[in-house]
Every structure is written in C-alpha cells, then in structure tokens.
Design a protein around this ligand. Structure first.
Ligand code: KG4
Ligand code: ZN
Length: 329
C-alpha cells in the first residue's frame, strides 16, 4: 500500500492508496478553518496547523483504510510547488516515517497529483489526453502524452481561476474560499444580467487571463454603490461565475480540437464547480468527447491524488532520500 501525504497549502491530507494507484482506501482531509478570518491563506498559520495535525491525520488515514503501518510499502509526499513552510511539514513527516520503517519514498509534484486524481475517478483512463488544471494557485492546459509527460499548452497570464473567484468573492463581501461561496450566492442569480468580459476570447492561443474580469467587477460595484450591490448580489455572483466558467470551457474545448484529443480531463479545486461540470459535460456530450471530472472531494486538494501520481512516478530507495527537499515553485 502507498501512504500518501499532502500539505502544500491549507489542507492537511493523508491517504492510503492501492499500489496500482487506481483506488483509495482512505482519503483524510483536514481543512484549516483558521484562514477564513483573514480572507486568505496565511502561510505561517498554515505551517503551524499542519505541524499540529499531521500525525493525527496520518493515523486516521491508516485506521479508516484498516491498514497497519506494516502493510505500507512506500511513502509518497508532495514536494512542490506550494507554500514552502507548509510543504516542509509533509516532507519531514514522510521522510521520518519512511526512514524509520526502511521504506522507499516517492516525491510527487502537486500538479501531477491533480492530474492523477482522474486515474482514481476513472480506473480505465490512460494517457494521452488533454487536461485542464484549475485551482487556487494554477490554471493551465496540458497535453499529457502516453508516457504521462505533461506538455504545457497554455496557462494564465495573471490570476488563477480559483484566485479570481476568491478575489471576486472578497469584493462581493462573501466568505473564503470564494469559489463555493460565489456558487452558493449565484444559485438564484441571472448569469446574463451583467456582461463581464471573457478574456482572450477570440485568440487562437490557449492562455487565460482573469485580471480584466476582476477589474470589470470592481468598476461594476463602484457604479452600483453599496445598496445596488447588495440588491443584485446574486446576479453579480452568477454573472461573474459564468464568465470564469466560460473562459475555462472555451479554451479547454479549443485545446481538445487543436490537439485532436478525444479525451478531456478537468481537475483542481475549481473543477468542483457545479456550473463548470455541467457546462463542459454538455459540450463534450455534443461533440462526442470523453470527459473525466473527478468527484468534488478529489478535485480539491487531497492526498489520494498524490498516491495515485506516486504509482506512476520514480521511487527513491531507502535511505537515499534524506537530502530531499521541498521547493516552492
Ligand atoms: O486545488 P485546490 O483545492 O488548491 C490549490 O491547489 O490551489 O483549489 C482551491 C481553489 C480555491 O480558489 C477555491 O475557491 C476553488 O478552488 N474552489 C472552487 C470550488 N471549490 C473550491 N471554485 C469553484 N467552485 C467550487 N465548488
Ligand atoms: Zn491543489
């Protein structure tokens, strides 16, 4: 069994995954709620919270999976990219555990982890495919080749999609994280009420940009004033969410078309978004494309995806990983 650890941002995560990386026996996520009062993740608070919880989360992942430490044959951990202090907690825990049991260690890139969540969602999925990663820190399109190598096709020139939702929610006076908050507020709203820009719409490149959308919301709020904003909150949230979703789905379908890929994979925290799932689902059905979108729990940060990626990654044998370090980028 693979014991996987993920602490790159504000979720303390551990999971037990089958050696083939196709099934998680447990997937424990402790979401740090202490950041909500600051309206964003505070790196130092995150590291300390990871340190307090990591042991308990690892234990819970073993108990939930009914797996003893003796059954663990390798330890996997996110080593990059992320908040350096947060990553270090997971890397130190993984190294300590692997060393004490004389086990091999598998360092995993967080983005590869997000892509690998699709292998858990669809046990028959194999590359090649086109993948969209839309999270709080990254928004990029990749063509994943048959060897699992990720080739960048396009990425955001400024904010990530999740970041745009988080910042938009903040401007609207909604809570953190902004993605789910905007969705909640948008439920009863009219997505066509405000015409927010969908950036780089006509361009043939596969890059994204969300800073214009954010500025456009800011000006709209100024012109509506406090009362107008309050009255139209649901419509503002719905129109803003719709613009983000439109940008993501357009570029994604364009990428599938350009690269003649019959299979599309959508992962990362923003892939938990109901409207995005619905929109891309509809389009793929129309076009006869195969779409793999993991369940919302596998889209947001978790360790099961790190275990799934580890099953396809090079292993460092005991005890050669003692010098292994985390990296922020
Ligand atoms: O992948 P993730 O959990 O962490 C990073 O690697 O960044 O993504 C977090 C992002 C946040 O920006 C959050 O607002 C967004 O994903 N998010 C959502 C939803 N759930 C989380 N965005 C839209 N709709 C959701 N349901
Ligand atoms: Zn992530």
């Amino acid at each position: 069994m693979i014991l996987a650890i993920e602490t790159s941002c504000d979720d303390t995560c551990a999971a037990v995954v089958q050696p083939d990386g196709r099934r998680a026996l447990s997937n424990v996520v402790h979401t740090q709620t202490e950041h909500a009062r600051y309206g964003g993740v505070v790196p130092e608070v995150a590291s300390r919270a990871h340190l307090e919880r990591i042991d308990g989360v690892i234990e819970a992942s073993l108990t939930e999976a009914s797996v003893a430490l003796d059954d663990v044959t390798q330890v996997a951990v996110t080593v990059r990219p992320g908040l350096i202090g947060a990553l270090l907690v997971g890397v130190a825990a993984a190294k300590g555990l692997a060393y004490s049991r004389e086990l091999p260690l598998v360092p995993v890139n967080h983005l590869k982890g997000h892509v690998a969540s699709a292998y858990l969602a669809d046990p028959k999925l194999e590359p090649p495919f086109v993948a969209l990663i839309a999270s709080g820190g990254h928004t990029a399109l990749y063509s994943v080749d048959a060897d699992g190598r990720m080739n960048l096709l396009g990425e955001t020139l400024d904010d990530a999609a999740g970041e745009a939702l988080d910042k938009g929610a903040r401007m609207l006076g909604l809570g953190f994280p902004g993605g789910p908050e905007i969705s909640k507020s948008a439920k009863e709203g009219d997505p066509k009420r405000y015409d927010f820009p969908v950036a780089l719409k006509g361009r043939d490149n596969l890059d994204f940009s969300f800073s214009g959308l954010k500025t456009s919301l800011l000006y709209k709020l100024k012109s509506l004033g406090e009362e107008g904003t309050h009255e139209n909150l649901q419509h503002l949230a719905a129109s803003y969410e719709s613009a983000v979703v439109e940008a993501l789905s357009r570029k994604m379908l364009r990428a599938a078309d350009i690269h003649e890929s019959p299979t599309l994979v959508v992962v990362g925290g923003v892939a938990a978004n109901g409207l995005l799932r619905h929109r891309i689902g509809e389009e793929c059905e129309k076009l006869g494309l195969r779409l793999v979108v993991p369940s919302p729990e596998l889209c947001t940060d978790n360790a099961a995806m790190i275990g799934a990626a580890a099953a396809r990654s090079p292993i460092i044998p005991f005890p050669d990983y003692l010098g292994l370090n985390a990296r922020s980028v």
